[in-house]
Write a protein that binds this ligand. Structure first.
Ligand code: BGC
Length: 841
């Protein structure tokens, strides 16, 4: 396909061709306007991009800036005094324009210093609580300012489209409506504190595999009704910046897509902040700036010298550069960064950060299964506990990649469980699976050497050659832990840990890639024969010196760890088994099962003690062939620095598990919205198509009549609930006739105080010929009720929720006629249903 053709089709697919249509409603939920953050609604149709910040002050600045100074504002550069943030843009000191520091990210501020490691956004989302999302945003906003940052590279608004995607923990949900609500509140929270939020990755960066080049093809209706909703809501909430994605969208790189950046984002949605590229996602100078990209990150390959040359040579109009500079300066101005005396930065408040981290982690905890009252741990069940699993001892705090945050401290779940169980209880621990290995026994080496924790001074080289003798054939995993340059380890002449060009070290996982004391970890598994092997180790001190250790596990050792776990499980009344799955930016999961020997460990432990609770510290949905053997399963995702205490809060019943799944958990890996269809995922020949259309996530399971393992919205409580008396009538918020007002009663019928997330779904309109979800999430309410208490819930379904995107009209059209409304506890447990007529307008 020629570039011209692909560009035309991209415009058609986005519906950004300027056809006027009726736009109904605005995305997101109602909220107050934060200081410094203007709220903008969706505009009626594609309109010329607005010229932001037309104040005389900006005019004067633009007048005085030289071309060199202007282009220097349009790309990143190395920071003179790095604070460890991801990006830096030098200012123009002679004109009072300060530099910009840009830091990740979605679960806390990622700089060289410790910060509050909040629970992953997917755990926040599980609370179904926009007000909590606002507080989460505020926590990061304040910390970002305190840690010297101006721009936060968050939130991530991409949908969870495929369960394999490596960054699902960084985002919110498979559901567009829920994502939109939460993204908007996180943006508001971040910006409440004066930090500029960057909604990313615009758009369709829903997987890591091939993310730099994949061409994602999606129809106009699909785009507007699924992936774009979160971005639109972020813009409506006043987001100061947008980050363009790595991938192509309908034939054009997202960072040079005029339909996406200029026509949709600015023209239709009225965005007046600036657009930066993802890191190294800029591919051109003329096309990118012409399409509406304002800033290349993290360097100036295209927007440095080449942009200046293009302006001088006349291929880029000076006006394009001025417009980009104006957008950046106008946003800085809006956040007070150009003020003669900018607002003082606040101090970090680690205690407040820790409190919100714990609240979010307990609020989002999803109890997936609870048979025979395995949980909560009370009475005898709480007096004799076996804690099993490596992440019981080494807390799984946050995922890998650019969202990884290093906290001040993160207690181990084992410590929290011991503290909560109290001195009258016995809490035993078994590792179950060794993630970091044991020291190599010195006597296996001739000449012997201690390879555990060696230091190498700066500029020195340390090496050792030895014969490594094994008594029996075994499967060995050799691990190297190190700081600085990776040591060379050769076994029988083969390098075990080759450094591969272009593979970023920081894409190591959040758990496996880092030893508990912070050393980087690499592993290699080999079948080794009995007898003598040659081992050669070389370590370079480099400029800063180096530390390393060589460790190992063997199949025999792994069997012994499993046997020990089974013995420990048998000796206790209750078992809490911590399971992990270590996802990261830069790669997708290859299986939805738990990695390593964990399935076998769970089977064996649960067979020994059926009162086993599996706590999942995983990134996204997981298949569970072992499920029926377990007593309970608690989904905690990556719970942040206070995950241990939060997990104990739920296990012991101090807090009711009020989290609900924001993504469907499949029963079978072959039966997912992308299962078995390579064009859908991961793509064929560099191209992929979103042929599921509007049926993303739970909508696909409903449309295909596939029974999931756990449906969207599922989550158990320690009490019981009843839903009664559903009424639906026309009307709703602000007396708009196009909406529906839904009312029903939720009753806590159990004997404990509990938290419920009441959900409302909407059936299709008979008056539209467009493809529509069988049931779409239309509203939800999180409520906490005392035993026996009932609450009448009122939810207004706004006209946007009742509308579909019509690609003929390039506009939202109201789905009138008799529509079914469902209310209940999950997308598959909907005891109440009623019909109401939506009047056409
Ligand atoms: C990621 C972004 C991140 C950036 C800076 C990129 O690899 O995709 O999400 O903000 O790096 O760290």
């Amino acid at each position: 396909m020629s570039e011209a053709v692909s560009r035309r089709s991209a415009m058609r697919l986005l519906g950004a061709a300027g056809v006027v249509g009726a736009v109904v409603g605005a995305a997101g939920c109602v909220a107050t306007v934060p200081p410094g953050a203007r709220v903008r609604g969706a505009t009626a149709a594609a309109a010329p991009a607005p010229a932001p910040g037309s104040s005389a002050r900006l005019d004067a600045l633009l007048e005085r800036l030289t071309l060199d100074e202007k282009t220097a504002l349009l790309h990143g550069a190395p920071a003179p005094a790095p604070l460890g943030q991801a990006g830096y843009v030098p200012g123009v000191p002679r004109l009072g324009i300060p530099p910009l520091r840009l830091a990740d990210g979605p679960a806390g501020v990622r700089v060289a210093r410790p910060a509050t490691a909040l629970p992953a956004p997917v755990l926040l989302a599980s609370a179904f609580d926009p007000a909590l999302a606002r507080e989460y945003g505020r926590t990061i906003g304040r910390e970002g300012r305190a840690l010297g940052q101006d721009v936060l590279l968050s939130p991530m608004a991409n949908l969870i489209r495929t369960p394999y995607a490596g960054r699902n923990f960084e985002t919110f949900a498979e559901d567009p409506r829920l994502t939109a609500d939460l993204v908007a509140e996180v943006v508001r929270g971040i910006q409440d504190e004066g930090l500029i939020a960057t909604v990313k990755h615009f758009a369709l960066n829903n997987q890591e595999q091939g993310r730099d080049t994949v061409d994602v093809v999606a129809a106009e209706q699909t785009l507007h009704e699924t992936e774009l909703r979160g971005f639109e809501a972020a813009v409506a909430a006043g987001a100061g910046a947008v980050m363009g994605a790595y991938n192509k969208v309908n034939g054009v790189y997202a960072c040079e897509s005029k339909p996406l950046l200029d026509e949709l984002l600015r023209g239709r949605w009225g965005f007046d902040g600036w657009v930066m590229s993802d890191w190294d996602a800029t591919h051109s100078t003329v096309a990118a700036i012409g399409a509406g990209l304002d800033m290349e990150m993290p360097g100036g390959t295209h927007f440095g010298g080449p942009l200046r040359d293009a302006v001088r040579g006349g291929t880029v109009p000076q006006a394009s550069v001025d417009l980009a500079v104006r957008r950046i300066l106008a946003t800085m101005d809006r956040f007070g960064l150009l003020a003669a005396r900018p607002a003082a930065r606040p101090a970090r408040d680690p205690a407040a950060g820790a409190r919100i981290a714990r609240r979010v982690a307990t609020a989002g905890a999803v109890l997936l299964r609870n048979e025979h009252a395995t949980l909560p741990l009370t009475g005898a069940a709480a007096r004799s506990i076996a804690v099993i699993g490596p992440t019981g001892q080494t807390p799984f705090v946050s995922g890998g990649g650019s969202a990884h945050v290093v906290p001040d401290a993160a207690p181990a779940p084992l410590t929290a469980i011991r503290a909560r169980a109290g001195s009258g209880s016995t809490v035993r621990y078994a590792l179950g699976e060794d993630l970091y290995g044991r020291p190599l026994p010195a006597q296996l080496l001739t000449p012997p050497a201690d390879l555990d924790d060696r230091g190498v001074d700066p500029g020195r080289t340390w090496s050792h050659e030895a014969v490594f003798t094994l008594a029996a054939d075994d499967e060995w995993t050799l691990l190297v832990h190190y700081t600085g340059q990776r040591p060379g380890v050769r076994l029988d002449g083969t390098e075990l840990f080759p450094v591969r060009e272009g593979v970023a070290e920081h894409f190591a996982g959040g758990l496996l890639g880092c030893a508990p004391d912070g050393l980087t970890v690499r592993r290699r598994t080999l079948a080794l024969k009995a007898g003598a092997h040659r081992l050669a180790v070389t370590a370079e001190g480099g400029p800063k010196g180096q530390r390393f250790r060589l460790r190992h596990t063997t199949k025999a050792g792994r069997a012994a760890d499993l046997a020990e776990a089974v013995r420990t499980a048998r000796s206790a009344r209750s078992v809490v088994l911590f399971a992990y799955e270590d996802a990261t930016e830069g790669s997708d999961r290859t299986s939805l099962g738990l990695p390593g020997g964990q399935a076998a460990l769970i089977e064996a432990v649960a067979a020994a003690n059926p009162r086993t609770t599996v706590v999942l510290n995983t990134s996204s949905s997981t298949t569970m062939p072992w499920l029926s053997r377990t007593g309970a399963v608690l989904q905690m995702y990556y719970p942040g620095q206070e995950g241990a205490g939060a997990t104990a809060d739920i296990l012991f019943g101090d807090v009711d598990p009020g989290g609900r799944l924001t993504q469907t958990f499949p029963a079978d890996e072959r039966a997912t919205p992308v299962g078995g269809d390579a064009l859908r995922y991961p793509g064929v020949g560099g191209r992929q198509e979103y042929t599921e259309g509007v049926h993303v996530g739970h909508r696909w399971y409903d449309a295909q009549h596939v029974t999931p393992l756990f449906p969207f919205g599922h989550g158990l409580s320690y009490t019981t609930w009843e839903y009664e008396k559903l009424t639906v009538r026309p009307g709703g918020a602000h007396g708009r006739r196009a909406g529906l007002r839904v009312e029903f009663t939720v009753r806590n019928t159990g004997r404990r105080k509990g938290t419920e997330v009441a959900q409302v779904y909407l059936g299709p309109s008979p008056d539209l010929t467009l493809d529509q979800p069988v049931r779409a999430l239309a509203g939800y309410r999180r409520l906490t009720l005392a035993p026996g208490e009932a609450q009448r819930v009122t939810l207004d379904i706004d006209s946007r929720a009742l509308s579909s995107w019509d690609p003929e009209q390039h506009a939202w059209v109201l789905g009138s006629g008799r529509r079914e409304v469902f209310a209940g506890r999950s997308s598959r447990e909907l005891p109440l249903r009623a019909k109401a007529v939506v009047a056409s307008r």
